[in-house]
Ligand binder design. Structure first.
Ligand SMILES: Cc1ncc(COP(=O)(O)O)c(C=O)c1O
Length: 397
């Protein structure tokens, strides 16, 4: 089907934060398969664990136990202050599970009329029908209307959120602590805390979608942990199994018994192969990988801020840890292609933002190489006056 606009490069090999194409050309991979490959490519521990597991059991189904599901669940709950986990195969599925959990929780509480959801402008939660309903960009939603009705609130509009929750009495508020597809847009601690208070006061479940910003990408396991905010439900995916398809929906102890046998399920989810991969990732985190994320994130951010001083095309540096965005005065599309040609893989999000989400294992030297490449490439683009009009819709800024 014609769903992807693919680049021309054909990749055949990789190591750490470097990818090699079929002509032997090397690229710095600062996209990591869209914020997924946290351990980079060909991580030795991951290769060993997967080889071992492939030789034993690849798939089992959730009708039977294997040793690893509970281990991953227990460790994820410890890292997120949650009490129970449901495993999925993708981000969108993690969001779907959160939506069903919220609906069922309202039935259990005796308020089944609370069926609606509140979400934030600029948010992205996936492409399945439920997750798509909560995804702000109309371009994604319009061809599939009608979807589940959603009330939209502007990020940082605490009073607007208070009015929406009071008026709608929704099942849940769903938000990303740092919007990824929305342009690496970080919500303030004050707004996240207010959202928490308002949800508690109105009996609305607070769902944090940390599929892109979670699992350590910002230097803490969850982005909301920088602000001391604990939601009722957290969705995870992307790096959780270091590149294998896996997601998780975690919930508080108050919600742990909400979904009963047969009310949700997945044939593949939480299988032994992906769980072994997740354990390798979690082992690396326990060994101190997030200290590296913080250190490399600081170096990268400092370099990007220098570029902002030097180059008029750079409008703003956004994000935290290794989830960074360089907002340009231009559309970022042409710049992204020029960066590919120069050997640096990043992508373009929200029209004018270069998204920089490298593997957590990148080296300090690779940070400097990428900054040099950005400097040289961005310097070739004209100053803002030339085409500064091409920006995103006002609402999501
Ligand atoms: C915040 C967020 N939620 C949900 C999704 C959907 O994840 P997936 O593509 O794995 O379904 C994404 C994907 O980019 C995301 O960034």
């Amino acid at each position: 089907m014609q769903t992807y606009a693919r680049a021309d490069e054909v990749f055949v090999d990789g190591r750490g934060a470097v990818l090699r194409d079929q002509d032997g050309r090397e690229y710095l991979d600062f996209l990591a398969g869209i914020a997924v490959s946290a351990l980079g490519h060909a991580h030795p521990g991951l290769c060993e664990a997967l080889r071992d597991q492939v030789g034993k059991i690849v798939h089992l189904s959730n009708l039977f136990r294997h040793p690893y599901t509970e281990q991953v669940a227990t460790r994820l709950c410890r890292l997120t202050d949650m009490a129970a986990a449901f495993f999925t195969n993708s981000g969108a599925e993690s969001v779907e599970c959160a939506l069903k959990l919220a609906r069922k929780a309202m039935h259990v509480r005796g308020t089944p009329e609370r069926t609606s959801f509140v979400a934030l402008e600029g948010g992205f939660h996936g492409r399945t029908l439920g997750a798509l309903s909560l995804t702000w960009n109309e371009k994604y939603r319009r061809p599939f209307a009608p979807l589940q009705p959603v009330t939209w609130v502007a990020p940082e509009d605490g009073d607007g959120l208070a009015r929406a929750l009071e008026r709608e009495r929704p099942a849940a508020l769903v938000l990303e602590p740092i919007q990824g597809e929305g342009g690496i847009r970080e919500l303030s601690g004050a707004f996240l805390r207010r959202a928490r208070e308002l949800c508690t006061a109105t009996g609305t479940l607070l769902v944090h979608d940390e599929i892109q910003c979670g699992c350590g990408r910002t230097g803490r396991f969850l982005a909301a942990q920088h602000h001391g905010v604990v939601p009722d439900v957290v969705t995870l995916a992307k790096p959780i199994a270091a590149g294998l398809p896996m997601g998780a929906t975690l919930c508080s102890s108050a919600l742990a018994d909400t979904l009963q046998k047969g009310e949700h399920g997945s044939t593949f989810a939480g299988g032994p192969l992906v769980c072994r991969a997740a354990l390798v990732f979690l082992d690396e985190i326990e060994r101190g990988l997030l200290d590296d994320v913080e250190a490399r994130g600081r170096e990268l951010r400092a370099g990007l801020e220098r570029l902002q001083q030097e180059l008029p095309i750079v409008r703003e540096v956004r994000g935290r840890g290794l989830m960074l965005g360089l907002r340009l005065h231009h559309s970022a599309d042409r710049v992204q292609k020029a960066l590919y040609a120069a050997g640096l893989l990043v992508n373009c999000t929200a029209g004018d933002v270069l998204r920089i989400v490298p593997p957590f294992v990148l080296t300090a030297a690779q940070v400097q190489d990428a900054l040099q490449c950005l400097q040289a490439t961005l310097a070739q683009f004209p100053a803002p006056e030339a085409d500064s009009q091409q920006t995103q819709p006002k609402e999501i800024r």
